[in-house]
Write a protein that binds this ligand. Structure first.
Ligand code: HEM
Length: 200
């Protein structure tokens, strides 16, 4: 198969992935953030975080189905971009939503299930981001792979967070739930297939 040079593709996709952040920053500067700017920023950054998290999970199925092994080099980049948007999302919540009021934030984390799950998801993504370096991969050895399986829990957490925060229309979180089920289902099917093939 003729595949695009992965280094160029990765740089082009990274630049494209940061366009929404630049546009949000520009809109904030120009005062174009709708009538409810904080809610708009919170929703946009949450949306981009989930989009890139799911994109990172789509890489392995693409690799398996196409045999294009180099595509794996996009996985970490998508994961880190997801973390970037999630971190901005959480910083907005700390600052513009909660005004650094630690007591209110703690109460929200304990009493509002969608925030509890959002925080859990964010902590997992933080652990994955700080252990994404070559040094950490070397140091952790086999444990690195075990730890990084937590990305599945984080993705489920992100969808549950979205599902629980919507008040009426569950269309969008349901769409993410379907996509995530397909991506995780693919992995289970692949494992089952590998086991069956090795037995026969
Ligand atoms: C401490 C962690 C987190 C907090 C406190 C938090 C808080 C919030 C809040 C306040 C909203 C807006 C709710 C509303 O419109 O009433 C929101 C929306 C959202 N968050 Fe989070 N969040 C957290 C982590 C995450 C993470 C890690 C992800 C994804 C990886 C995420 C994805 C989303 C999505 C997709 C939305 C909905 C956007 C939309 O309606 O278009 N959040 N979050």
């Amino acid at each position: 198969m003729n595949t695009p040079p992965i280094g160029i593709l990765r740089r082009a996709l990274l630049a494209a992935a940061l366009v929404p952040a630049v546009m949000l920053a520009y809109d904030a500067y120009a005062g174009n953030l709708t009538a409810n700017p904080v809610e708009y920023l919170e929703n946009e950054t949450g949306d981009w975080a989930i989009i890139f998290l799911i994109a990172s999970l789509a890489i392995t199925p693409i690799r398996r189905l196409t045999g294009w092994n180099e595509v794996i080099r996009l996985r970490k980049m998508f994961g880190l971009v997801a973390y970037f948007y999630a971190a901005v999302h959480v910083v907005i919540w700390f600052t513009l939503v909660s005004f650094f009021d630690v007591a209110t934030m703690a109460e929200d984390i304990v009493k509002r299930p969608f925030i509890t799950v959002g925080m859990g998801t964010f902590l997992i993504l933080t652990a994955l981001a700080v252990t994404s370096t070559t040094g950490a991969i070397r140091r952790l050895g086999r444990r690195w792979q075990q730890l990084h399986r937590a990305v599945y829990v984080a993705a489920i957490g992100a969808v549950v967070h979205f599902w629980w925060l919507v008040k009426a229309d569950i269309t969008r979180p349901r769409q993410w739930a379907v996509v995530l089920t397909l991506l995780l289902g693919f992995r289970l099917w692949w494992m089952w297939r590998a086991r069956t093939l090795s037995r026969s």
